[in-house]
Write a protein that binds this ligand. Structure first.
Ligand code: FAD
Length: 468
């Protein structure tokens, strides 16, 4: 069979090279780019969740503040319009990771994360944002025998910290969601759920405009410099003078060079299928309609969309030499074909189902999988980047930290070690690329064997990791 006649090539043939979430007719009108000269009190750079929350929360704290948001493309162009839509309370990339890094602060971090998610829910309800937000929890599935021990330990830890987690054996798991690859699972009913991320971004955009926040789309910020007691900002067709700036630019080329050391841009790939027929859906079950992930360093995340497609993403996280990012890298045939093959293995009963969308998005990975916060230009600029694949909800917390840092006030948030201490920097190129590749290979080996090899143990001892 040639590549072209392979059934998987057929499945991917007509897939739009676009994010399913933003590829629809009810996308809002774009806001005008900045032209000429402007001023404001606070400029937010980046129109994803972090930037939108920073602008909205700044207005909530100080209604008289004149706030401008600049986005180089459109609102939700970046990771915020391309993700899996898993919304989680966790600020620490999971309880176990938080316990490992900040055992003394874990209770506070869990409480802050829970409050953060409740406040997102309350905001969406108050603003009438219909983003399909459902607190349905998620299920982690075991596909290798050694995963079950990991899930049992994880379930015990979840329960210890007040979460509702239950272990499912093989029959229970397959009765819930039917795949021949499942050996069991962990059903977590608390701690988060699912959302339509673009609908949430667009609802937030409307809420921001209602509050008088000026949004300029198609406006890339090219440079920042101190000017008197403020900041002078340049764009392609204009310039702006502002008192303060929040940078919310994820893994895109940073406006501060120092962030290149702390953030690794990783491409994460996603597919979405055509809608499933009632018969196809019945062959899987999945009545609770929760999000699913498998266990492992290289994992898949998958969920149903509101119109009963399946979004299937993850696994093949790709780093390009020199932190290279550009739109051409969003269509990597081998990563999408690998995802399609793994989908077919997971749900063989869906043979013949086609994919309608394929894309990739940028994950801002730090070496400790949680964001890096800080200030620059004498405290006039703050940043919040590095959510490492878990930022749909945590970005709101990150935006609040960035605003706190601009005021210079000490708050419960800014006192956290997670905020005060920065992650270990990644090595510069030409070392960075081989280190990332060696780490990927070691993570893949661990996924097969269940044993942490010498390279990963060495990185653990240095407090360095790599994750999507
Ligand atoms: C494929 C994928 C799946 C994911 N799945 C999940 C998930 O299921 N759950 C979860 O919690 N997290 C997930 N994440 C992570 C989550 O999407 C991000 O952490 C979150 O959206 C980050 O929001 P942000 O606003 O910081 O970044 P972005 O949404 O990327 O926004 C940054 C914006 O800044 C703009 N920008 C950059 N530079 C400039 C400049 N110089 N001037 C003006 N604008 C600029 C960009 O165009 C971009 O729109 C996923 C990420 C990806 C890529």
């Amino acid at each position: 069979m040639t590549a072209a006649t392979h059934p998987l090539a057929d499945a991917l043939r007509d897939a739009e090279p676009a994010s399913f979430w933003t590829d629809r007719s009810d996308a809002p009108e774009s806001c005008e780019p900045l032209t000429g000269r402007a001023t404001c009190d606070l400029l937010v750079v980046g129109g994803g969740f972090t930037g939108l929350w920073a602008a909205i929360e700044a207005k909530a704290l100080h209604p008289a503040l004149d706030v401008v948001l600049m986005e180089s493309e459109q609102i939700a162009y970046g990771a915020s319009g391309r993700n899996g839509g898993f919304i989680s309370e966790s600020l620490t990339h999971g309880i176990a990771h938080g316990l490992e890094l900040w055992p003394d602060e874990l209770d506070a971090l869990l409480r802050l994360g829970r409050e953060n998610l409740q406040e997102i829910e309350a905001f969406a309800a108050a603003e009438g944002i219909d983003a399909g937000l459902r607190m349905c929890g998620k299920t982690a599935v075991a596909t290798k025998p050694h995963h079950m021990a990991q899930l049992r330990a994880a379930a015990a830890l979840h329960r210890q910290y007040g979460e509702d987690a239950e272990i499912l054996n093989l029959d229970e798991m397959r009765a819930d969601v039917n795949s021949p690859t499942y050996l069991g699972g962990m059903r977590v009913r608390s701690g988060g759920g699912l959302v339509d991320p673009a609908a949430l971004c667009w609802g937030m955009k409307a809420a921001a405009l209602r509050r008088g926040i000026r949004i300029h789309e198609g406006t890339a910020v090219r440079g920042l410099r101190s000017a008197g007691d403020g900041v002078e900002v340049s764009t392609d067709r204009g310039s702006l003078r502002t008192s303060r700036v929040v940078l919310a630019t994820n893994a895109y080329p940073p406006l501060l060079r120092r962030l290149r050391l702390r953030v690794l841009p990783i491409y994460d790939h996603v597919l979405v299928t055509e809608p499933l027929s009632p018969t196809a859906l019945a062959s899987i079950g999945w009545q609770q309609n929760q999000g699913l992930t498998d266990v492992g360093n290289q994992f898949h995340y998958y969920r149903r969309t509101p119109d009963d497609r399946i979004l299937w993403g993850g696994y093949d996280a790709i780093y390009y030499f020199g932190n290279r990012t550009d739109a051409e890298r969003e269509q990597r045939d081998s990563s999408h074909a690998l995802l399609a093959r793994q989908f077919a293995e997971t749900f063989p009963q869906l043979e013949g189902l086609r994919f309608t969308h394929r894309w990739a998005g940028l994950i801002d990975s730090t070496s400790r999988f949680t964001p890096v916060f800080g200030t620059a230009l004498g405290g006039r600029v703050s940043y919040s980047v590095g959510f490492t694949g878990l930022g749909v909800a945590a970005s709101r917390f990150g935006a609040r930290v960035a605003l706190d840092l601009l005021t210079g006030e000490h708050t419960e948030r800014t006192r956290l070690q997670m905020v005060q201490r920065k992650p270990v920097p990644f090595p510069p190129e030409p070392l960075r690329y081989p280190v990332v590749q060696a780490t990927r290979a070691a993570l893949a080996r661990e996924d097969v064997s269940g044993h942490r090899g010498a390279w990963l143990r060495l990185l653990d001892s240095l407090g360095v990791g790599f994750n999507s």
